[in-house]
Write a protein that binds this ligand. Structure first.
Ligand code: NAD
Length: 457
């Protein structure tokens, strides 16, 4: 992985002093997921009244966490550091009622330890037509986003947005809560996970949430795709790795590493999905998860763009996915339901597809296309008790971004709330979470893994 020398320096004794004195960015070493380590290292406070907050507290207690409910003056000593605060905003009916929970949350922030988590839980603003109530719910969104910018020492703030009738014991609420508290979400900040249905099955063991599942990952020979294959394997899945024949050697080595199988196929071929289905049938007799990761860039300003560059990016990044999804959804192999959960698809978008990026009109068109495709395909997956979601990475430390000229790369790296680039594993962890049976009640969404990149949208 490319080196981030500045972050290394900023975390030395001298570096800490210097960056502070000069007012420079102070990127922290982020707490990342370790299946052997506790979910969070210290106490978690649950803020909020009523049944909803009680449900959250009970879930956290089941995970053997040190849960605090009523935090008054003196209940946490000044030397004690909190690992997380979960703030349940279930009752705000108008913006004027936000002050008490917001300031209650604010009073705890100085006690947060490093890589701490704030998770707000609230109802989807679109679920109410009442102007005051929708304003209050949107208000929680606004405060969460701003708080994410204010978090220090590698801390993040994110929200869980609930469908109107859903209660907090729904499996995918539990899955979202666990994801956001854990090191899996190290590079996710200022984002919202919506839970829209009670679909979803919690794993027997949280360390192997993909046990018994078969997944295919396209573009798995290197970069983010290889990281996805490793993460899905670590989480218990059998993995089929797919890439173009020219990447055959690298592909075989990734497949070996994850004790999976390799399939050389160009995803733009008209029979690509059929070949994947055949391979899955023959080797595993099932297919539960598809990760559309393969993607290319052919950057040029639009004024200088040619048909070849435009069409190849659209063909690989979105047209192939549309065609393959049709074939997958028509097949019986990809339609089975286990413990009430059906097939899942996760697709790679990009923050360029959200905010645009100079020189990337073709790429942004394809990645915005992925976001549209995912939301329009969601009803078909939900009808099968499955899900489809997209993940939009921001600046990720890969061979690709290592080629960006130094000054531009430094700016891109620091221009986010965590003041650093993400790692391929950060994208992979989010994909593994969305691909898990537990998260099947979340569908149609695009989740950014960008450290709250300041991309202008
Ligand atoms: P990469 O170029 O390192 O890897 C892409 C892989 O896809 C390669 O192994 C390549 O051979 C394969 N591939 C390309 N065309 C294919 C085809 N037609 N059929 C089968 N395989 C094909 O890229 P990466 O940085 O790992 O990116 C992976 C995904 O993440 C892409 O969709 C990319 O757009 C997206 N993404 C990356 C970043 C980043 O910062 N690296 C940011 C946002 C989004």
């Amino acid at each position: 992985m490319p080196k981030d020398t500045y972050t290394e320096f900023a975390n030395t004794g001298l570096g800490r002093k210097l960056t502070k004195a000069l007012g420079l960015p102070q990127p922290a070493v982020l707490r990342r997921y370790d299946p052997e380590a506790p979910l969070i290292p210290g106490p978690v406070v649950v803020l909020g009244e009523g049944e909803a907050a009680d449900d959250v507290a009970e879930t956290l207690l089941r995970w053997d966490l040190d849960v605090r409910r009523h935090v008054g003056p003196g209940s946490i000593s000044a030397s004690e550091r909190l690992s997380a605060v979960v703030a349940v905003f279930s009752t705000a009916a108008r913006p004027a009622q936000l002050s008490e929970p917001a300031l209650g949350l604010g009073s705890l922030l100085k006690q947060l330890g490093s890589s701490a988590r704030v998770v707000t839980v609230f109802r989807d603003p679109a679920g109410t037509a009442d102007p005051a109530q929708r304003a209050a719910r949107k208000g929680v969104e606004g405060l969460t986003r701003s708080l994410a910018h204010e978090m220090r020492a590698g801390g993040t703030a994110n929200g869980i947005m609930l469908e109107e009738s859903l209660d907090l014991t729904a499996p995918s609420v539990t899955a979202a809560l666990r994801f956001l508290l854990s090191g899996r979400s190290a590079f996710v900040s200022g984002q919202f996970i919506s839970v829209t249905s009670t679909t979803g099955a919690l794993p027997q063991e949280w360390v192997s949430p993909l046990q018994g599942q078969v997944a295919v990952v396209t573009g798995a020979a290197r970069g983010i795709g290889a990281a996805i294959a490793r993460t899905l394997h670590r989480d218990g899945a059998d993995v089929i790795t797919v890439d173009i024949p020219a990447a055959g050697e690298q592909l075989a080595s990734v497949a070996n590493e994850v004790s999976g199988t390799a399939l050389q196929v160009d995803i733009t071929a008209s029979d690509a999905a059929e070949r994947i289905l055949e391979h899955a049938e023959q080797h595993y007799g099932r297919l539960d998860i598809v990760v559309h990761n393969a993607g290319i860039t052919r950057d040029k300003l639009l004024a200088n763009m040619d048909l070849g560059r435009w069409d190849s990016v659209i063909a690989v990044n979105i047209e192939a996915q549309l065609r393959m999804n049709e074939a997958f959804l028509a097949s019986e192999l990809f339609s089975r339901t286990d413990s009430g959960v059906g097939p899942r698809i996760v697709s790679l978008a990009s923050t360029s597809g959200i905010a645009g990026n100079r020189g990337q009109t073709n790429y942004a068109a394809s990645k915005a296309g992925v976001i549209g495709m995912v939301s329009a395909t969601s009803p078909a997956l939900q009808a099968r008790h499955g899900s489809i979601n997209a993940v939009a990475p921001g600046f990720i430390e890969t061979e690709m971004t290592a080629k960006i000229p130094f000054a531009t790369r430094e700016v891109a790296r620091r221009l986010n709330s965590l003041n650093q680039g993400g790692r391929p594993e950060d994208v992979a962890e989010t994909i593994a979470y969305l691909a898990s049976p537990a998260a099947a009640g979340t569908s149609g969404m695009t989740l950014r893994v960008c450290g709250q990149n300041l991309v202008g949208a």
